[in-house]
Design a protein around this ligand. Structure first.
Ligand code: SF4
Ligand code: SF4
Length: 265
């Protein structure tokens, strides 16, 4: 299993090689035109009337690099400075859709979830995969809220995915509880996925835990359920949604394992 130490080493490598930078506005160059405001994915660029200039709220900025990559400032006032900590680098890698995660090797949010389950076999027969997709453009997610969700479902028996499969697990002090390192709580990400699985018979408790915790967090999430059907393509798992008054899904993806159906378990 990949250790936390090796994970940190990976990020040190990208700092050296790629010189990843934090985003700031150079006050000397900024003329306060506010062109940049509308491009920020999480409303982190604000106008300071007293100074007639814009600034980036570092507590909200996710280091998604949209403003940098798109060169939205005509005066070149939005500039990079070095990402100076492991958490800042984690924030950037997860929030920038063109970045590739060094441990999982996956771009975007650094996880395939269970889109390749027919090959990986992460969710076995009799189990349900749970992918809680937290935050969205316009409304990111603080890691303290991701922790609340992870802890809520772990407390009722969900088994959280390990760090070789999903980036968030690298910040967990205990995979059994979903507790994150305290120092990461204040970091804001564009989006992050809490991944887990449970027995089919435990899905109701997991969904009830989500219904409860959603009132305690300051962001949105969407829920993905990974369900294995029987040979006739049938499942009773979605009946649990009806029991709890949760609308049936509007859309789904079907993975029929045509490429490499290794996982028959
Ligand atoms: S677009 Fe550039 S010059 Fe205009 S407010 Fe933003 S940072 Fe300042
Ligand atoms: S890096 Fe992303 S979150 Fe930060 S100011 Fe630029 S667009 Fe906004």
């Amino acid at each position: 299993m990949m250790s936390f130490v090796s994970y940190i080493i990976f990020f040190k490598k990208i700092t050296k090689k790629g010189a990843k930078k934090m985003t700031v506005i150079n006050k000397e160059l900024c003329n306060g035109c506010k062109i940049c405001n509308k491009f920020c994915t999480v409303d982190a660029i604000h106008y300071l009337a007293e100074e007639k200039k814009c600034y980036i709220d570092q507590d909200r900025c996710t280091e998604c690099y949209v403003c940098l990559r798109q060169k939205v400032c005509p005066r070149g006032a939005i500039q990079p400075v070095e990402l100076d900590s492991f958490y800042k680098q984690f924030q950037h890698v997860i929030s920038d859709p063109v970045e590739t995660h060094g441990v999982t090797g996956v771009s975007g949010r650094g996880t395939e979830e269970v889109k390749t389950n027919d090959v990986s076999g992460r969710v076995k027969k009799g189990e349900v995969g749970v992918a809680i997709d937290m935050g969205r453009p316009g409304m990111g997610v603080f890691l303290r809220d991701a922790e609340k969700v992870a802890m809520a479902i772990a407390a009722v028996g969900a088994e959280l995915a390990p760090q070789e499969h999903t980036p968030l697990a690298a910040l967990m002090t205990d995979l059994k509880t979903g507790k994150l390192e305290d120092a990461c709580h204040g970091y804001h990400l564009l989006s992050v996925i809490v991944e887990a699985k449970c027995k089919e018979g435990e899905l109701k408790q997991v969904l009830e835990a989500l219904q409860k915790v959603e009132k305690e967090i300051d962001t949105v999430f969407s829920l993905g359920l990974i369900i294995r059907t029987d040979e006739k393509g049938q499942t009773k798992v979605l009946d649990t949604l009806d029991e709890l008054g949760i609308p049936q899904p509007h859309r789904g993806k079907v993975n029929v394992g045509l490429g490499k159906p290794l996982s028959l378990a």
